[in-house]
Design a protein around this ligand. Sequence first.
Ligand code: SAH
Length: 388
Amino acid sequence: MSEVAVVSGRGAGRWQRGHPWIFKSDLIDAPAPVPGIVTVRERNGRVLGQALWSPLSEIALRLLDRNPDVRIDAAWWERKLRVALDRRDGVDRHATAYRLVHGEGDGLPSLVVDRYARSLVVQFMSAGLEACRGDIVDALERVHAPTGILARNDVALRRREGLSETVELLRGEVPRTIEVEEHGVRYLAAPWDGQKTGAFLDQRENRAAIGHVSCGRALDCFAYHGSFAIHLARGAREVIALDSSAPALERAQENATLNGFAHVVPVVADAFEWLREAERNKEKFDTIALDPPAFAKSKASLPAAIRGYKEVNLRAMRILASGGHLFTASCSFHLGKAQFLDMLQDAAADSGRRLALRAIYGQPVDHPEVLGIPETGYIKGAMLEALD
Ligand code: SAH
């Protein structure tokens, strides 16, 4: 018999509306303070299901299964992993690196699994989930038969769960760099020490989208290891890959070379200063990708973040050649879709340019966003075209 958590009507209501989290403040009776799987009940005795239990976290319970009787063992995780894999049917036709499990977006709260060729990189982002690690890793081996599984648990969020930040090899071997393919280009992911789990998989489809219209002189602003730059390079005669990190741009050069491109030019600079200077010098680019880091790390920093986004977008609009395309994005969870579009409208109004909104982008299929679970969605993107 598993431990029981008793929750308030408000807590139960969250599950009824489709959100998998119940907060500490909605716990009436807490289970023993040992992370793991617990049965969840309302005060009137009605059983709601089974959840991951994190004794130290504000997010106390994360829904796993509404059936209170099902055994949540390796076989249960295996069934869930197979469902998640089926949802990605077809992604492997054009990519060897993509997300296999997007946490709450796949009904597997606080679990991230990314595939890089034959290796898996996982993140266990709650204490309750960490307690199930053995079963999950067994299930991953059975479903995906990887050559290695690496845990990139160096995530600050884990501290709120009372967990340590570590990078740990769980099974087999995982190389320092892994060559992967997406939409006809190749790049090196860095699972051990790269950003996120080794690359920004969430912009994969958007990189292809701007790659399709790339021509003339192109700019990849906030390039990291150049994954937009190599898509831009297919159609452009010159690509400037701009980033403040010199080591990131060294990898961008390697990635350009890997694809046989000699026309990707790395520029180590602060994007704000560089864009201002480019505008002053009346430089023009036919194609621009603008993929800044999350400027809004918290709700409180949102106004300053919006000013930052507006500034880089405004300047990018001004250096966009007539008829040129600008792909622009934000990965700040705290900046909503409507606010993102408002910011672009504001920047366009001040830019002195006429711009068409050609397409709006969101999360790719391997990062499913669930309505009613805002935390599953954070990528916003837009394709703009200069009309004058
Ligand atoms: N477009 C990339 C991901 C970009 S991540 C991809 O698809 O793979 C954001 C990048 O912005 C990081 O590489 C970081 O080094 C860079 N960066 C952060 N602040 C910057 C600034 N002020 N000027 C230039 N680059 C910056």
